[in-house]
Each structure stands twice: as C-alpha cells, then as structure tokens.
Design a protein. Structure first.
Length: 254
C-alpha cells in the first residue's frame, strides 16, 4: 500500500515502546498522519511486528527497532539500529516505561534503580543522542503521568518520582533546544487500559468501575486518547506549545 498523504507526510518519527499499549496507539496515529514510524521495542518482537503490519495495512510506513532500555549503552544501541533504516528524525516520542511492583515500605534498591534507569535515565540519553539526528523544527514528546502532579496513588511514589524527573527534563530541554525551533512537551495520561496495569485493572468489574470513576468523563482511557494529544503536539498546529505538561487524564486530577 502507498503512504498516506497526511499532515506529517515526509516526516520520520521514533516512538520508544511503540510496540504495545500507549506507544502502539501513538505509532499507529503518527503513521496514519503520514509519518514514517520507527516502532521501538525491548523484547517482544511479535508485538512490534504486529504494530508495523497494522501501520502498513492502514496505508502507512513503519519499521521495527530493538533496544533494551535501562542498561548501559542502551541509547547508542537504539540509534545504531535506527540509523540502519532511516536518515534523520523529525519527531521523538519517549514513551517506553515500566511501573513498580512494590509500595514505599517494601520497594528494594534494585527495583528503584531499574525504574529510574528505564523511565528517567533512558529518555535523557536517548534524547541526547536523538538531538543530533533531530532536524530543526522537530518535536520531542515525553510520556509522563498524572501521578507526577497529584498524589492519587501515593504508594507508587518511586514511579511518580521518575515522571517528576521527566517533567523537569521536559521543561529545561525546551529552553536548550528552543533556538533550533524544536518543541519539547510532556503528555500525562491517567489510567489507560494497557498491559502495564492489566493485573489490577482487568481483575474484575469493581476495579474497572473504580478506575473509570476517577475520570470526570467516567471511563478508563484508551491508547488513542493519548495518541491524539501527542499527534497535535507533533503537528504544525502544535508549534507554539513548548515546555508544557499536558494533562491527558480525562479530568482525573480535577
Ligand atoms: P505497556 O503496555 O507495558 O508497554 C510498554 C512498552 O514499552 C512496550 O512497547 C515495551 O516493549 C516497552 N518497554 C518497556 N520496558 C522497556 C525496556 N526496558 N526496554 C525497551 N522497551 C521497553 O505500557 P503503557 O501502559 O503503554 O505505558 C506507556 C507509557 O505510558 C509509560 O511511560 C507509562 O509510564 C506511561 N503511563 C501509562 C499509564 C497507563 O495507565 N497505562 C498511565 C500513565 C502513564 P517490550 O514489550 O518489547 O518490552
């Protein structure tokens, strides 16, 4: 199938963790808008291939790249894979992230370091190397969380702290890269139905209803709810928004 004529035609995008969940939603949306999308994944190649196929079947263009994040040399490996298949970049979406399994009282040092390595350190160095490839006028969008701005789930404090770090990175980087016309923003989802929270969210009707009731709109978020906000920031329409933290929680913090 041919490439869609859309508002991102001619652009190249990279979505970390683009193979599943919110990242897949973002990758598919940017693909529909006409961008050629690098679908990054860590280990689940099948999911990455499915996402690439879905983008292609919708008339878009995509390729998969593998790099485990949160380990030494992760960013360099990611960009080496990227460079094999594309030249230059217009849109970088730092979406890949993990949660924590333990609350404050029992979280061990190893898990603390792992969640910071994947959620905060990896986006820093992926972006540092990505900035060398990003064309002037480009876009950087970091996927944060409502939990960095409100104490809705205080037992997830270590996870929320990683997103707080990402928010500060977003704010300051907008000043660093602004002279090149590059915008840098954070998009903060509330509860979205993905694998990351499947254990408790899909555990039963009551858990689902409780999650839905947190949003002013009375439902659980879908990846497309987040992807559409990212697509706005990635587009020409978003050119005058930078250094911002965009609430995409469906009114869960109101
Ligand atoms: P998900 O469904 O678990 O998907 C995670 C994605 O990230 C997968 O593509 C996965 O690839 C990749 N990934 C995870 N760890 C990785 C690693 N160490 N190295 C390389 N790739 C890795 O998660 P999600 O719910 O879509 O979350 C996406 C982002 O949204 C995260 O930053 C999360 O913190 C944020 N968020 C989610 C929610 C929510 O309710 N879902 C709410 C607020 C914020 P592999 O499968 O190949 O490892």
């Amino acid at each position: 199938m041919g490439v869609l004529a859309g508002r991102l035609t001619g652009k190249t995008a990279l979505v970390t963790g683009g193979s599943r969940g919110i990242g897949r939603g973002i990758a598919e949306r940017l693909g529909r808008d006409g961008a050629r999308v690098a679908v990054h994944y860590g280990s689940n190649e099948t999911a990455a291939k499915e996402t690439v196929t879905a983008i292609e079947e919708a008339g878009g263009s995509a390729f998969a790249i593998r790099a485990e994040l949160g380990v030494p040399g992760d960013a360099a490996q990611l960009w080496a894979e990227f460079d094999r298949q594309a030249q230059g970049l217009d849109i970088l979406v730092n979406n890949a992230g993990i949660g924590v399994s333990e609350p404050f009282a029992t979280l061990q040092e190893e898990e603390y370091e792992r969640v910071f390595a994947v959620n905060a350190k990896a986006p820093f160095f992926v972006t540092q190397l990505g900035a060398q490839r990003l064309r002037d006028g480009g876009r950087i969008i970091n996927v944060s969380s409502g939990l960095s701005h409100a104490s809705v789930m205080p037992h997830l404090v270590a996870y929320a702290m990683t997103k707080g770090a990402l928010d500060v990175f977003t704010r300051d980087l907008s000043k660093v890269l602004g002279p090149r016309g590059i915008t840098v923003n954070a998009v903060a989802p509330g509860i979205v139905d993905t694998d990351i929270n499947a254990d408790w969210l899909r555990a039963g009707d009551e858990a689902w209803a409780n999650a839905a009731s947190m949003s002013a709109l009375g439902r659980v978020g879908a990846p497309s709810d987040i992807a559409d906000v990212v697509a706005f920031l990635a587009s020409e329409d978003g050119r005058w928004v930078t250094g911002q933290w965009i609430d995409a929680t469906g009114g869960s913090l109101a």
